[in-house]
Design a protein around this ligand. Structure first.
Ligand code: NAD
Ligand code: TDX
Length: 335
């Protein structure tokens, strides 16, 4: 395989993309260009302190071929994180999800095809729809696609575009579908940071519906090490599921947060459920572990959660400016 020296990371100023940029800088000698539109979800702070000789930021849109084409041409590989990522937002206005997740991926694929550039596409376990609580099966690479929300359907569509460009045009691409990430720099619209910052503010956590819904949690650092393993050793055309055996229902997570933050474990409110709310996600990552030898390092969810709580306490200046507007959006929906 051609040696990869220059990597273009789309969405590299977001929660997971920025984690991957840090991972590349500390675990490889690659140089990195971040292409990011700097939407509401991005943070320049998440990239602060990285060596200028190794990392540069280009502000631009993945759906803009005039920006994307020359950038793809000058890199050996693209790792594509850029997306609209929040299910609740996709229920309010699906339009940017179609634009960025579908047209953005199409635009990158066309550039990768033109310049024969290696592409790794980042996706989600939500493309598979949901499982029953008592289903002994977990998602595998063979599970049929069955997405529920505008977000997950646009991610599913983007995966299918990648598969078609591999088969029809020989684009050198891989795909990974990861479970729910947690860790530093996650936007406070998302479940775990929303509840942590609520408790900091003396506000009771908000649980959608019954709280029985199960998510399969993985630390963002483990997601990054898996993506690097696939970039380095993954087989072209293959899909890899990324997960760390971290199934927990939302009720358990809220109780853990409350306990770790010194509050009574029943000090939360049930609020209006999410429309079409997926019941359970669960990943079987055997293929990634056996074929590429990857293993997660964060085995203890409670310890990872405690460290994440400490991080949000220490970084209040980062999230505070966004808290009122985020909560006002939820309040308008009874959430
Ligand atoms: P995020 O919302 O925190 O970050 C997304 C980043 O993409 C932001 O920096 C934003 O500015 C950028 N972006 C958005 N539209 C863009 C555009 N048109 N052009 C260029 N940049 C644009 O999201 P995240 O949670 O870090 O997720 C990153 C990727 O990982 C997404 O593809 C998501 O589907 C996938 N994923 C996320 C999770 C999770 O738990 N968060 C799990 C599995 C997969
Ligand atoms: O206030 C809340 N209360 C609540 O009960 C919020 C914001 C969420 N929830 C529930 C909904 C979900 O069951 O918590 C669970 C997690 O919610 P999110 O953080 O919104 O994540 P989810 O919808 O599961 O999707 C996440 O994981 C897969 C990411 O946002 C996606 O980008 C990724 O693809």
């Amino acid at each position: 395989m051609r040696r990869v020296q220059r990597v273009l990371v789309t969405g590299g100023a977001g929660f997971i993309g920025s984690n991957f940029v840090h991972h590349l800088v500390s675990h490889t000698d690659l140089t990195v260009t971040v292409l990011d539109k700097l939407t509401y979800a991005a943070s320049r702070d998440a990239l602060a302190g990285l060596p200028e000789s190794r990392v540069r930021l280009v502000v631009g849109d993945v759906a803009d071929a005039g920006t994307v084409d020359p950038l793809v041409a000058e890199h050996d590989a693209v790792v594509h994180y850029a997306a609209e990522s929040h299910n609740d937002n996709s229920l309010t206005d699906p339009s940017p999800f179609v634009q960025t997740n579908l047209i953005g991926t199409f635009t990158l694929l066309e550039a990768a095809r033109r310049h024969d550039t290696r592409l790794h596409h980042i996706s989600t376990d939500e493309v598979y729809g949901d499982l029953e609580l008592d289903d002994p099966e977990r998602f595998t690479e063979a599970t049929p696609y069955n997405p529920s929300s505008p977000y997950s359907s646009t991610k599913a569509g983007s995966d299918l575009l990648v598969r078609a460009w591999v088969r029809s045009f020989g684009v050198r691409a891989t795909i990974s579908n990861c479970s729910n990430n947690y860790g530093p720099w996650q936007h406070i619209e998302k479940f775990i940071p929303r509840q942590i910052t609520n408790v900091v503010d003396g506000v009771r956590p908000k649980l959608y519906g019954s709280g029985e819904n199960v998510r399969d949690w993985i630390h963002a650092d483990d997601h990054s090490s898996a993506v690097l393993a696939i970039l380095e050793r993954g087989a072209i055309g293959e899909t890899y599921l990324i997960g760390a055996d971290g199934e927990k229902n939302n009720l358990e997570v809220v109780r853990l947060i409350l306990g770790l933050m010194g509050q009574p474990e029943d000090a939360f409110d049930h609020v209006t459920d999410r429309a079409g709310h997926d019941l359970r996600y669960a990943i079987d990552s055997t293929k990634l572990r056996t074929e590429l030898g990857w293993l997660p390092q964060f085995g203890d969810f409670e310890a990872g959660l405690a460290a994440t709580i400490d991080w949000y306490r220490e970084h209040e200046a980062w999230w505070r400016p966004h808290k009122d507007a985020t909560e006002a959006t939820y309040a308008a929906k009874g959430q």
